[in-house]
Design a protein around this ligand. Sequence first.
Ligand SMILES: Cc1cc2nc3c(=O)[nH]c(=O)nc-3n(C[C@H](O)[C@H](O)[C@H](O)COP(=O)(O)OP(=O)(O)OC[C@H]3O[C@@H](n4cnc5c(N)ncnc54)[C@H](O)[C@@H]3O)c2cc1C
Length: 468
Amino acid sequence: MISPEIQAELAAIVGEEQFRTDPESRISHSYDATPMYQSLPDGVIYPTSTDEVQKILRIASKHSIPVVGRGSGSNLSADTVPSKGGLVMVMTRMNRMELDRENHTLTVQPGVHTQRIHDTVEKEGLFYPPDPSSMAISTIGGNIAECSGGLRGLKYGTTKDYVLGLEAVLASGEVIRTGGKLYKDVAGYDLTKLLVGSEGTLAIITEATLKLIPLPESRRAMVAHYTDLDAAARTVSRILSEGIIPCTLEFMDQKTIQVVEEYANIGLPKEMAAILLIEQDGPPAIVEHDLRRIREICQESGATHLEVAQTEAEGTRVMAARRNALAALARLRPTLILEDTTVPRSEIASMVREINRIADKYQLNICTFGHAGDGNLHPTLLTDARDPSEIERAEQAFADIFAAAIRLGGTITGEHGVGLAKAPYLEWKTGRIALDVMKGIKKVFDPQGILNPGKIFTDTPRTERGRD
Ligand SMILES: Cc1cc2nc3c(=O)[nH]c(=O)nc-3n(C[C@H](O)[C@H](O)[C@H](O)COP(=O)(O)OP(=O)(O)OC[C@H]3O[C@@H](n4cnc5c(N)ncnc54)[C@H](O)[C@@H]3O)c2cc1C
């Protein structure tokens, strides 16, 4: 508990209204988008400036109070669950942004919604490519802290490729500035890249400078149907090995196709083993050329049917089906656990087969979709948190899935981060020495361990993992 005296100090910084300890505020900040994790904070605080963030962190550090930075709480790794209590610091009131047309940069505060960034820059003919499916609700601070990816990651990269500079407040309350509006900068270690993806454990981000690029002139999408999983995987490898990089190259397995079609009713082929959703953008002549060659490759690799969207709007509708896959799946059972593993793209078919084998072994219903172009798959379990035996089997199945991904040369998370949910598996990926180096870095930034404690690193073995 935070003593009444400290509570009064915190309220004095942000104003009575912006520091809350009532049960409603505490409960509504006790969980995020990750099912089955919940823990109450002692208070919720809403700063409006870097200066306020500094003052809050000075108090937190003086009294060893945990602080969990939070944007919209849409993360899928239990990263904003205040598992050690303390303060949830919600960044959404810090939501100013400034466009620099000359340098093609946008300087934003962390609470700006991602969709607002897209809308603002696209009106100016500029483009901010990272497009997490949650962009209508997520904040840029959350995107940066998770290094979020999206459907356009294959061609354009992820959040880390667009963050040029940061302002961040350390646990001690001191401010650091990294990078700037610079496209080239090798002065010392790259602290910008280190903070991107640090999941709120190293510093609180209070400002970011984002790189913008010209908005592509046009876009076209197509769908390829497959009765054979390997033929779909072959297509992905061949397209990329010919040097064509589509802006989107997405995969859905049969179970996902069936559920999405029942939900969206857009004519997806429910009998197919897999489909690929492919989109290219750029000057119309190049888009036309690439799609023609991609169609040939799909046919040569064994696609049974191809459909090319006639208009950009039709393509957007097809891609929306993929973006909405999660919403469609969520309707089927009370609890949906969306996982996130990445394998080299040559191993996609093997990984999907492994996931299906593991699902059968544990008698679970797992649908798989994802970013085929970059090997990032989302095995998604439809389950019910009220059934302890099914949840126990699910835990074992996911452990097997992560182990399989690593065996195939992959990783335990491609875009959702480690948080609480994956902390027990991190060492499988990094090994002991690299994990110790990471812990050392954490100590330098946050010696008392007050920033998002319990996330990324855990001392609790997987089998003893508790959920409050
Ligand atoms: C339906 C759905 C679809 C999704 N699709 C994708 C997807 O396609 N790609 C993808 O990568 N993710 C996806 N996600 C996950 C999630 O939306 C992203 O991780 C997103 O970046 C989280 O943003 P947020 O504002 O909700 O952050 P939060 O969930 O509030 O926080 C996420 C992390 O960032 C930290 N944080 C937040 N703000 C700050 C700050 N100012 N300083 C320091 N740390 C901070 C938090 O402590 C936490 O560790 C999806 C989630 C849902 C529910």
